[in-house]
Design a protein around this ligand. Structure first.
Ligand code: NAG
Ligand code: NAG
Ligand code: NAG
Ligand code: NAG
Ligand code: NAG
Ligand code: NAG
Length: 441
């Protein structure tokens, strides 16, 4: 980089030096070549010196048949994963070894290597008190887990240009999810939805807009998360700096719902005031993902097709809902969207069998195929009812009407949505009910 070394580099340099000294001056690096962990009934792991973090096989099924090779907070309830070597789990009987040639190697229960870290030559491994797993030789650190983040950043960690966080699919499914936080090579820091399964990225729903001047995302030891620019400016992203790391565990995670949240957890035996012993959200971006995701360049929006994202409530988790007489295709995976509970066959369409159910402050902004002006609400209803293709009419400002077709995207509900949705539903839903077995179970 042509620009002179800037102030924000200093803290990470200091961290690096003290880390190196710590490893080599003290007895942290006690994991030596040949040391093995085996995924088995009880938790098999190495602890950081403080005991706050563990690295090893984390059981993800109650019967301990599947494990993630992971790093997690030991003392929180529940124990919380902050990193995993790979996103798919391995079976009981899998092993991890610091090999005789100095690599970390994960072999599945059949003895096939499924993951490895470090080129070679590490003489030891250590899980540091920061939650960083490192491989080192006598003079330097050869590999660190902090350089390969999954969906979580910890204090002391940075995201350099060209790297990213990827959410996991759901709270219980660790596979690749629907969102990324990318430190783009052009200098922007962006949040983007992805198309599954290919992973191509859609328009950003939040950005620092710093193309040409962005440098790296820093989560510093005080709990501040900022995006450093090449001219020494630090853009404040979120901050938990008022919560001492003495008294609180903390982490920042791109959650499965696409929100980047900063969490704190009061440590046991500390005066933690009114904080509950759970992960408390103290900051997040974007402020309201229901409003933020709003692009017609593809994708369903924050929630699945035909559903809507509710901005009502505390939003510790994005709230996706189905319109009346629609239900989730798969209630365990509500991002897959909602489908009608009644039959609508355009070859035998009888408008008299349907009615329009009004919902205020709801809209699907992009799925319209017809637009009327100078109409009243009765006309708007009539136009939609008579048209088999019309699934929803949107009525606005006492004179505008849009017809919407399925599947609808980017659905949202909130006081900022200044219009009324008229949802086509079956009048007698029993007679138009789907035959048994064809609907959602
Ligand atoms: C490393 O040291 C810690 C703290 O003394 C201990 O709990 C852990 O079991 C040791 N790990 C190994 C692999 O020896
Ligand atoms: C490992 O160490 C050997 C002997 O010092 C050296 O020849 C080799 O290049 C090293 N490999 C890597 C990947 O650093
Ligand atoms: C972290 O960043 C904040 C805000 O820029 C700053 O006030 C604080 O001193 C920094 N802490 C460390 C340990 O670098
Ligand atoms: C640094 O760059 C940003 C973005 O280009 C700009 O807004 C800011 O004013 C600059 N700050 C300084 C001190 O030059
Ligand atoms: C940084 O942002 C957080 C919320 O995102 C805010 O609480 C904090 O006061 C900000 N800090 C500074 C120094 O602007
Ligand atoms: C029909 O509508 C009633 C009242 O809205 C609802 O309770 C019932 O579940 C619906 N039945 C079907 C098959 O959708």
């Amino acid at each position: 980089m042509a620009s002179p070394p800037s102030l924000y580099l200093l803290p990470s340099l200091v961290v690096l030096l003290s880390l190196t000294q710590t490893i080599f001056a003290q007895s942290y690096s006690n994991i030596t070549r040949g040391t093995t962990l085996t995924a088995a009934g009880s938790t098999s792991s190495w602890l950081s010196p403080s005991g706050d973090f563990a690295f090893g096989f984390f059981p993800i099924k109650a019967d301990a048949s599947l494990f993630l090779l992971a790093i997690w907070f030991v003392s929180t309830t529940p124990k919380t994963i902050v990193w995993s070597a790979k996103r798919d789990p391995v079976a009981s009987g899998s092993t991890l070894q610091l090999t005789s040639d100095g690599r970390l190697s994960l072999e599945d229960h059949a003895g096939t290597e499924v993951w490895s870290a470090g080129q070679s030559n590490a003489s030891s491994a250590a899980l540091l008190d920061s939650g960083n797993l490192v491989l080192a030789d006598a003079s330097s650190i050869l590999w660190r887990s902090f350089d390969f983040p999954m969906d979580t950043l910890l204090p002391g960690q940075v995201l350099t240009l060209g790297s990213s966080l990827r959410s996991q699919l759901t709270d219980t499914d660790f596979s690749d999810g629907r969102f990324v936080l990318v430190a783009e090579n052009d200098g922007n820091l962006d949040l983007r939805p992805l198309a599954l399964p290919s992973g191509n990225q859609y328009d950003s729903y939040w950005s620092t807009d710093t193309a040409g001047s962005g440098s790296q995302l820093v989560y510093n030891e005080s709990g501040s998360i900022y995006f450093a620019l090449t001219n020494d400016t630090l853009l404040n992203i979120t901050s938990a700096a008022t919560y001492s790391t003495q008294n609180f565990y903390q982490r920042a995670r791109l959650d499965p719902d696409g929100v980047f949240r900063l969490y704190i957890y009061p440590k046991k035996g500390t005066a933690s005031g009114s904080w509950r012993e759970t992960w408390n959200v103290v900051a997040k971006v974007p402020a309201d993902i229901c409003q933020a995701i709003n692009s017609d360049n593809g994708g369903s929006g924050a929630c699945g097709f035909n559903s809507y994202c509710s901005s009502v409530g505390d939003q510790t988790k994005v709230n996706c809902k189905c319109p009346p007489q629609y239900s989730f295709l798969d209630p365990q995976h509500d991002y897959k969207g909602c489908t009608q509970d009644f039959l609508l066959n355009c070859k035998q369409y009888d408008p008299n069998q349907y009615t329009l159910s009004p919902m205020d402050n709801v809209d699907w902004p992009f799925s319209d195929y017809e637009h009327y002006t100078g109409v009243n609400e009765a006309q708007c209803r009539e136009y939609c009812l008579e048209d088999c293709f019309c699934a929803v009419a949107i009525y606005y400002n006492r004179n505008e009407c849009w017809k919407k077709k399925l599947p609808m995207s980017n659905g949202k509900m909130g006081s900022y949505v200044d219009r009324r949705a008229l949802i086509k539903v079956a009048k007698d839903n029993a007679s138009l009910a789907l035959p048994p077995g064809s609907g959602p179970s």
